[in-house]
Each structure stands twice: as C-alpha cells, then as structure tokens.
Design a binder for this molecule. Structure first.
Ligand SMILES: *Cc1c(COP(=O)(O)O)cnc(C)c1O
Length: 396
C-alpha cells in the first residue's frame, strides 16, 4: 500500500468515528435567497438559522445595488488591493464606515476585507508577535483562536466574562504588548462581553482591546453600531472588527481603529496583502446596506427585531431543556447531548422549521444546542409557531 492510500484509510476511519459520535455534518442545498421562507431540497421551510438579523440579504434595494455595482465595476477585481484591485467602491465603503464609527474610535479609519475570518487573522497577526501576550476569552470564535496561534504570541485564555481572572492575568504579564481579544456578542451563546470594564482594564494595564462584534454590528446600539455604541465606548485603544455578511446581508468584514493601526495593516497584514480584493460590486451593495442600517429603516427593523426577541423569550417554556440567558437575536436551547440535539432539530424540520444544531468543536463538549436566530424579517406568527413547537419537543 502506498502512503497516500494509508492516509485515505485513516481519514475514512476518522470520518466513520465522526458519524458514530453524531458529529457528522452536511450541507443543505437551498434554491431560494436567505429569508424566513426558503425552499430547500424539495421542501419549503421557515428558517431560524441564518445571521441575517435585519433581513437585508434578500432586500430589493441591496440586490439592486449589487446589480448596479456589477454593471459599473464588472464581476471581479482582478488583483489584490495594493496592486490594482482597489476600486472607488471599496474606498467609498471604507470612508463611510470610518464616518459611521467616528463617535467611538478616536482618529479612526476603516479597512474592508473579504471575510471576517480573514479580518481576524489580519489584525492579530499584524499586531502580535512572539513578544506579545494575547488575553483570549474562552468562548472566542474559531477565527480569533486560529489568529492567535498563527501570531506566535503567548496566549492566555481567561474564563467566560471573568473580569477578576482577566485582571489578575494582566497584572502578572511582563509582555511588551498586551492585547485583549474577545467576541462582542458571543456567537453561540448570544450573551455579551462586559466591554466597559474590559476597556478600563486596558487603560490600567496599557493593553489594547480587539473586539469582534460580528453579531452586534447592525443589531445593537441606537444606530446599529453594535456593542461599542450600546456601551457608549470611545477610545484610542479600541480595535473593532465587524462582519458585513450577517446583519449587513452581503459579504466581507471591516476593521476600524486608529488611523495609524489601519495604515500598519495595509502595509503589513499578510491576509490582506496577499489576497485578491473582493468584487467591487459587493462594496457598492454594502454602501446601501450601511445607509439602511444607519437610517430610519434600520431603527425600524431593530425595533421589530427587539419585539420578536421579547416575544420569543416570553413564549418559551421548556419541558426538558434550558434556554441560555441572552438579550440578542441568538437564542440557544441548551441540550447537551449530540444525538438528542440532532433529533430535536429533526423534529422541528418535520414541522417545517429549520433551526441550526451546533455541536463540538464549535461549542464545548457536552453543550450541544439548538441555535435559534431571530430576524426582523420573521413575522409574529412564525415566531409564535416555532416557540410552540420548541416547547413541545420530545426527548427522543
Ligand atoms: C461569522 C463570524 C466570523 C467570520 O466572519 P466571515 O465573514 O463569515 O468569515 C468571525 N467572527 C465571528 C464572531 C463570527 O460570528
């Protein structure tokens, strides 16, 4: 047997073991846009699993802007940003984002990247090295964990939302550069990081705060600036990442921070430099998303979303399981066991509802869950129906 063939045998064994542990995952082929009503593999389902919190992914104005962007700029960018792929649309989007966040970031500037995963790799690998220490929240998104590893910094993990532990770790650090790295809204739990207190610790210990607010941007704060607006933060020490694929409904991510940091990223962040610029049409469409988020329509949709969240929380009354405490559109039903979680999702599917089932390694071992996500595009009736099915789920 050649060594290649033995690798295939090993992989096959490991894949079989994933199946046995109920960790097998598959993709579902959707034939319709991301919206509450979807058509998936021959069935109509009501989806409660996307991160399209404001219903912008299928918004007619955003779709039209994407079309317009393609007719102005074409399909692809053709090169990386520093060669020839940077378009007027990318530049306009960055200026609009910097303006939008100017109340919170002193001397701020913004950078648009192709994805949130890439933005996290870019920021952390460009700012941290072997002389740095990263203080990483226990429930951080995988992209932040991978970025910290790639940076070669010392990584110290602090327990979830534990300010006492974080404070002690910072006090005993001798690193030249200290970076605290945290999700804003925690993606699988829906709760939020205590950023006011963390920023105070940054000032006390001369540390920097990197916040990935993928699930707060567009959703929290009066104008949708996310958790930093919710907490009215303003600082030079704040480096904010937001994704533009979730509430903004399109694709990509931004980093906003002090202009010196942004210039450093443009000059030095390898994930940014060595990747082709995303299609300019995406940036063009995102200008429309951002206008909606920041305007009256955004305020209206956030109000509807908050009504749906309140409705859900008051309708849920579980027989067997526990809701995680969350004020955001991410409303997890903690089940624990992988097989029971899959069976619960299957029961809901049979009733015509599509809910995400999240298992390890996305969440810690023994904490598999249904991840219900609400959107302003859901109707009152859809939320009521799902809640009643979730309440009567059987443990099978
Ligand atoms: C989705 C997500 C990302 C990755 O963003 P993409 O644009 O999908 O690559 C990063 N961080 C968090 C917290 C996320 O939820």
């Amino acid at each position: 047997m050649t060594s290649d063939a033995s690798m295939l045998a090993v992989l096959k064994n490991q894949l079989d073991s994933l199946k046995q542990q109920q960790l097998w995952r598959r993709r579902w082929n959707a034939d319709t846009p991301c919206a509450p009503k979807v058509y998936v593999e021959g069935r109509e389902l009501i989806a409660f699993c996307s991160n399209d919190y404001l219903g912008l992914a299928a918004d007619p104005l955003v779709i039209e802007a994407l079309r317009e962007g393609a007719s102005i700029y074409g399909a692809g960018s053709g090169a990386s940003h520093l060669i020839s792929g940077h378009s007027r649309a990318h530049e306009k989007l960055e200026t609009a984002l910097a303006d939008f966040f100017s109340p919170h970031i002193i001397s701020g500037r913004a950078l648009y990247l192709s994805s949130g995963y890439m933005a996290n790799l870019a920021v952390i690998t460009a700012l941290a090295d072997a002389h740095s220490e990263i203080f990483s929240e226990a429930l951080n998104h995988a992209s932040l964990i991978d970025a910290a590893r790639l940076s070669r910094a010392k990584v110290s993990i602090y327990p979830h939302r534990d300010l006492t532990a974080l404070s002690a770790m910072l006090a005993s650090s001798t690193a030249e550069r200290k970076l605290i790295v945290t999700d804003g809204v925690f993606s699988m739990d829906g709760d939020i990081a205590p950023l006011t207190e963390i920023l105070r610790l940054c000032e006390l210990h001369d540390a920097w705060l990197i916040v990935d607010d993928a699930h707060g941007f567009g959703v929290l704060g009066k104008q949708g600036r996310g958790l930093i607006e919710h907490f009215s933060l303003r600082s030079e020490r704040l480096i904010l990442i937001g994704t533009l694929s979730k509430a903004a409904g399109v694709a990509g991510a931004f980093i906003t921070a002090h202009e010196t940091i942004i210039e450093w990223l443009i000059q030095r962040a390898r994930p940014y430099i060595y990747s082709t610029a995303s299609p300019p049409a995406l940036a063009h469409a995102l200008l429309t998303s951002l206008t909606i988020i920041a305007g009256e329509e955004g305020t209206r949709r956030r109000a509807v979303l908050n009504e749906r969240i309140a409705q859900w929380k008051s309708a849920i009354n579980l027989k067997h399981w526990q809701m995680l405490e969350s004020e955001t559109p991410i409303q997890p039903v903690l089940i624990g066991d992988n097989a029971l979680t899959m069976a619960a999702a299957q029961q809901l599917r049979e009733h015509g509802f599509w809910v995400g089932s999240v298992r390890p390694p996305t969440v810690p071992l023994g904490t598999a869950r249904l991840r219900v996500t609400l959107s302003s595009a859901h109707t009152h009736e859809q939320v009521a129906q799902l809640a009643s099915h979730v309440n009567t789920l059987e443990r099978t």
